[in-house]
Design a protein around this ligand. Structure first.
Ligand SMILES: C[S@@+](CC[C@H](N)C(=O)[O-])C[C@H]1O[C@@H](n2cnc3c(N)ncnc32)[C@H](O)[C@@H]1O
Length: 289
């Protein structure tokens, strides 16, 4: 631990923000690498504390900030961790940094399954860091979860994240293309959730450097119209879901209606497009028959 005066720290922070970048990223760096959360910083002001303890000294923190500013590498990849819901997840450039809007997936599922005693088998297709599957496994220890990803490194990271965030064994991880690793579970899935790569070609080209140069292309790019992976997931879902089983897919801001049509073409019922925090039709849900 490195001790510094709060006055020196405030001056240091002002200097960093004058160099560029945004306050939110600087606060994230101070939290994830320095070990001091925003809440603690605010409390320090109220309590007029004179000293502050950091995990790294200010020079080292500054060198990380400079690296972020000069290369645009996301803070989460510099620190190796990402905060998502109440989880602290290991991340590397093999996995997408889990996004705040995806947190709503968990709330939607908890709305569907209000009876805590109901036992279900769920799958998270394309689990990445494991964010969705781990949060669901933790939300109800009666549920059995399966998480898949095409990227072997993502599967390793997600398994480690589960081990580090939970003392449970109700989640298993498999490597492979969408439903392929689930051949033994045909007709047994109550709920399938996916946040697949859905960015269309033209949008992908224009993504900010911070995303395009660092986050894995196979976590973002969804083909010409962004629908390649969504098409595949919906098409094969009926073989894997139980009768009345749910499918929930996160989609790009303008894909809601197309995904809804796709669900209907594949005989899904109760199909709805649900909004994210910004009022964008971000999640499509439906039941198989
Ligand atoms: C948008 S990321 C979502 C990651 C994580 N579920 C989340 O919400 O943060 C999409 C994930 O799908 C995985 N993926 C891409 N193509 C796949 C495929 N054909 N089969 C299975 N997983 C795939 C990627 O490796 C990536 O981890």
């Amino acid at each position: 631990m490195f001790e510094t005066s709060t006055e020196k720290f405030s001056l240091w922070k002002e200097k960093q923000i004058l160099k560029g970048g945004d306050k939110k990223s600087l606060n994230l760096l101070i939290d994830s690498l320095g070990g001091v959360s925003n809440k603690e910083l605010n409390l320090l002001k109220i309590k007029s504390e004179k000293k502050l303890k950091l995990k790294l000294n200010l020079d080292l923190l500054e060198s990380f900030w400079d690296k972020h500013l000069s290369t645009s590498i996301p803070i989460q990849y510099l620190s190796g961790i990402s905060y998502w819901r109440n989880l602290i997840l290991e991340v590397s450039n093999n996995v997408l940094i889990p996004r705040p809007e995806t947190e709503l997936v968990i709330d939607i599922v908890l709305q569907i399954y209000r009876n805590k005693k109901e036992k279900i088998t769920f799958v998270d297709l394309g689990t990445g860091s494991g964010a969705i599957s781990i949060a669901l496994a933790l939300a109800n220890p009666n549920w059995n979860g399966i998480a898949t990803d095409i990227d072997k490194n993502a599967v390793k990271i997600a398994s480690r994240n589960f081990a580090n965030n939970a003392n449970q064994s109700n989640l298993k991880f498999y490597n492979g293309n969408w439903w392929d690793p689930l051949k033994l579970f045909k007709g047994e899935i109550d709920l399938a959730v996916a946040n697949p790569p859905y960015i269309p070609q033209d949008t992908y080209q224009k993504l900010p450097k911070e995303v395009k140069d660092f986050e894995p292309k196979n976590a973002l790019f969804g083909g010409e119209d962004g629908m390649d992976h969504i098409n595949e997931i919906v098409q094969y879902a009926p073989s894997y879901l139980k009768d009345k089983g749910w499918l929930l897919i996160e989609n790009h801001f303008d894909q809601g209606n197309r995904v809804k049509q796709l669900f209907l073409e594949h005989r899904f019922t109760s199909v709805k497009v649900l909004n994210d925090f910004s009022g964008i039709g971000r999640f499509t849900i439906g039941r198989y028959k």
